[in-house]
Design a binder for this molecule. Structure first.
Ligand code: NAP
Length: 290
């Protein structure tokens, strides 16, 4: 009984994540574990919100006093219209993944770039002045591209639909001066890449066991690789990178660290670094064994 009474009280803060679909999300596991270990009265729940109900969901969540929301596919851009303020970095990237309660409405943030930055940091990958390849030009590519454009010496963008990569390149060129080149997936580039970031959905779901056409060639001469996919835990892209001696990581670190930053923003706190590392290792062990 005590366990039930302690779980949710009148004073419990509610946070959550909205998306469509939402059944696969790992965010509740990360946020609820953090709040339990840190001894904070916060419960985090998933909400299935379809595009046609997005605006009503945001207004309703605010009226209910929900302290913070993460936003996942397909709402990261559309949600920006429903906010009272947006931090400059999220404006630059053109997407929001975290909403924080303010009296007048929600303020939007983008913590995906922080997730990529921490993941690369832990991999020992410092991109200053280096050649960086990004495969894909969808939503996930944007945070990585805007972050890496500020560090890399040159960016090489590969995408199935070349026009979408051109659009990303145009947006990047308005904020940075480095050379940015666009390729389709079947183009062969002879310049060695320091880092290759795989951001497409190729490697998961019905595309499991596959990798983008350009990947094998790019990995031949790369030093570091990151796949944004974390389910499967090791994609064909990562297996190929590992076999070639490339230091590599999957997308769990990105997911985890964007969640840590979101947790800190929503709960106006700073998470203890040791706790953050310990929970990450525990979740990774659980995920690897699944
Ligand atoms: P998105 O906006 O729909 O973009 C999908 C990207 O994949 C586009 O570049 C698309 O190319 C490409 N693509 C899809 N199917 C393809 C195929 N059959 N062959 C070649 N290219 C293909 O999706 P997203 O939000 O960027 O997500 C992409 C991946 O990142 C997903 O696997 C997602 O789970 C992962 N992700 C991970 C995190 C994390 O925290 N680790 C966060 C966000 C997303 P076109 O432009 O030609 O359509």
């Amino acid at each position: 009984m005590k366990q039930v009474a302690d779980a949710i009280k009148g004073s419990t803060r509610i946070c959550g994540v909205i998306g469509d679909p939402i059944g696969h999300t790992l965010s509740p596991m990360i946020h609820n574990t953090l709040s339990q270990v840190l001894g904070q009265e916060m419960t985090y729940v998933p909400f299935h919100v379809r595009s046609e109900g997005l605006d009503a969901a945001i207004q309703g969540a605010h009226a209910l006093g929900i302290r913070g929301l993460n936003v996942t596919m397909p709402h990261k851009q559309e949600v920006m219209k429903a906010l009272v303020a947006i931090e400059p970095w999220a404006q630059e990237v053109g997407a929001v993944n975290t909403l924080v309660y303010e009296d007048a409405g929600y303020k939007g943030y983008n913590t995906d770039g922080y997730g990529v930055q921490k993941t690369l940091e832990q991999l020992g990958c410092e991109c200053e002045g280096q050649n960086v390849a990004i495969i894909g030009s969808g939503g996930a590519a944007y945070a990585a591209a805007f972050l890496l454009a500020k560090k890399a010496g040159a960016l090489h963008l590969f995408n199935r639909t070349k026009e979408k990569a051109e659009l990303l390149a145009t947006k990047l060129r308005s904020t940075v001066q480095i050379p940015i080149t666009v390729y389709s997936l079947d183009e062969v580039v002879h310049e060695p890449m320091y880092l290759v970031v795989q951001t497409t959905g190729v490697g998961m779901g019905s595309l499991a066991g596959q990798m983008p056409e350009c990947a094998a060639h790019l990995l031949d001469q790369a030093q570091f690789a990151m796949d944004m996919i974390y389910s499967p835990w090791e994609t064909t892209f990562l297996a190929d990178a590992r076999a070639k001696g490339v230091r590599c990581t999957n997308g769990f670190g990105m997911l985890y660290y964007q969640a840590i930053r979101a947790y800190e923003l929503m709960n106006e706190t700073v998470c203890d670094a040791e706790v953050v590392t310990q929970i990450k290792e525990e979740i990774e062990m659980y995920m690897e064994r699944r």
